[in-house]
Design a protein around this ligand. Structure first.
Ligand SMILES: Nc1nc2c(ncn2[C@@H]2O[C@H](COP(=O)(O)OP(=O)(O)OP(=O)(O)O)[C@@H](O)[C@H]2O)c(=O)[nH]1
Ligand SMILES: [Mg+2]
Length: 460
């Protein structure tokens, strides 16, 4: 294992109240000592552990002050990485953090790779792989609910379920070993019966976890919701009204929005990834045309469409095209601009789009938004998003491992049922045990570990 001392800037780049440089490894405290000066103490080592100490970071070459700092050291193994850690809090901003990092590197640390602090926490056995991935998910969470799920996973919810299943599989393997060692007829019969029920138990648990994958994706990415309609119907106005800010440009010129605009928002507990698009119409304008094509592309991969119509104008051929596009799609219809004289009736739309929720709105008057929000809540919160205390699979790698394990256990069960020799069963049970172990990192190659941590941010 790599045991050199690593360092990185732990805070986001840019101007901020404070910036933090973190050092981890066996020389961390020595390095901290070399660059920290304080009126109160001669050396960092004299200071109390886990307490912030006021002073200056200096360059030991010339004793020149770099910045005013607060420094803390923590001795392993009760730290994030299980190694000795020093954290230097300096003024936020690109220059002070970079300068302090430079002097730390000159004095014996090397720059940390992406995710290397967390990788050490994993390699040193403080957390398992699923928990390490949860940390990354916490940092990148875009919705409250996905944050909650990741926190659950960090606390070990998924790891516990995986470990329970692996224990059952180990018990199965022990049975199999016993029956190979004592191959009397009656032992074998008992073994097959018991193996079947244990295998079914594992399969059921895997299926239960796989059932959460759709919810997991929604929590991770939000319900991808496209706002669709012909030009000038009020799509961007709707986007702004939902976000309660002037995010998208609104004008009375048709074709105002050309590129897509994406934002995350939580509506009554429903995480949405809201996408405003260019109004759908035939156009000669090259830029607008690309925007229209993009909108149609996004519609295909969306979970929900909010189709907006302008009730102050008769239905036009573009509206009919929209109707055609969303006919078989989960969608909500907004009849907008109801503050103006109405030219489209709800009945007319109802005939063309039966069984769709239709809401009368006026973005100018702020009418109908509350009904829209309630509708979204009813549509998604009750049926599709059940977080509470359930373990939810949000990670694609975990899902793939579960799918592989499912195949393994199904094959094992098949062999048991048709009475194939016990060593055939053994192979599949063992594969299942290994594939599940890759989720928590108990059985996983170095290449996979490297790949996972390479997706982390620097300084974590
Ligand atoms: N009277 C009235 N005007 C509205 C309403 N909603 C939007 N508008 C106006 O309609 C015009 C177009 O609104 P946008 O939100 O830019 O429409 P859009 O669908 O995004 O248009 P494109 O981006 O061109 O496709 C603006 O002048 C809005 O102020 C409404 O409910 N009532
Ligand atoms: Mg627009």
């Amino acid at each position: 294992m790599d045991i050199d001392t690593i360092a990185a800037i732990a805070t986001a780049p840019g101007e901020a109240g404070i910036g933090i440089v973190r050092i981890s490894g066996k020389n961390a405290i020595d390095i901290g000592n070399k660059i920290f000066r304080s009126k109160r103490v001669k050396s960092l080592k004299e200071c109390e552990e886990r307490k912030l100490n006021y002073g200056y970071a200096i360059d030991p070459k010339n004793e020149k002050k770099i910045d005013e700092v607060l420094v803390v050291y923590m001795k392993g193994p009760n730290t994030y990485t299980k190694e000795d850690i020093v954290e230097i809090n300096c003024h936020g901003g690109m220059v002070p953090v970079r300068r302090i990092l430079e002097v730390v590197l000159e004095n014996g640390a090397r720059i940390a790779e992406k995710g290397e602090f967390t990788k050490r926490a994993f390699l040193n056995g403080r957390i398992d792989l699923a928990q390490a991935e949860a940390i990354m998910d916490l940092i990148s969470a875009k919705t409250d609910s996905s944050f909650d799920v990741s926190l659950n996973q960090l606390e070990g919810s998924l790891s516990r379920e995986v470990s329970d299943m692996r224990n059952t599989l180990l018990a199965m393997l022990a049975h199999i070993e016993a029956s190979i060692d004592f191959p009397e007829h009656d032992v074998e019969e008992i073994t097959y019966g018991e193996l079947e029920s244990q295998g079914e138990e594992v399969l059921e648990k895997i299926n239960k976890l796989l059932d959460t994958v759709y919810t997991g994706r929604i929590l991770r990415e939000g319900i991808k919701t496209i706002i669709l309609g012909k030009p000038n119907v009020g799509k961007s106005s709707l986007m702004n009204a939902i976000l309660r800010e002037n995010r998208a440009i609104v004008t009375d010129i048709p074709g105002t929005t050309r590129d897509i605009i994406e934002e995350y928002i939580n509506i009554k507990g429903v995480p949405l990834k809201l996408v405003d698009t260019a109004g759908i119409r035939e156009t000669e304008d090259l830029v607008e045309k690309i925007g229209v094509d993009k909108a149609k592309g996004i519609l295909n991969e969306s979970d929900l469409a909010i189709a907006v119509f302008d009730t102050s104008r008769e239905l036009e051929k573009e509206d009919l095209e929209i109707i055609e596009l969303i006919k078989d799609k989960k969608s909500i219809i907004l009849l907008n601009k109801t503050d103006l004289p109405i030219k489209i009736s709800e009945d007319e739309i109802n005939k063309l789009l039966p069984n769709k929720k239709i809401i009368n709105t006026s973005m100018i008057k702020g009418k109908g938004l509350d009904i829209l929000e309630e509708t979204l809540k009813d549509m998604f919160l009750s049926s599709e998003i059940q977080i509470k205390d359930n373990t939810i699979v949000t990670n694609v790698r975990h899902r793939n491992q579960l799918l592989k394990s499912k195949e393994n256990i199904q094959e094992a069960l098949e062999s048991i049922r048709i009475g194939l020799p016990i060593d055939c069963v053994e192979v599949d049970v063992k594969n299942c045990w290994e594939n599940l172990g890759e989720i928590t990192g108990d059985t996983v190659g170095e290449d996979i570990i490297d790949k996972i941590f390479a997706n982390f941010c620097i300084g974590k």
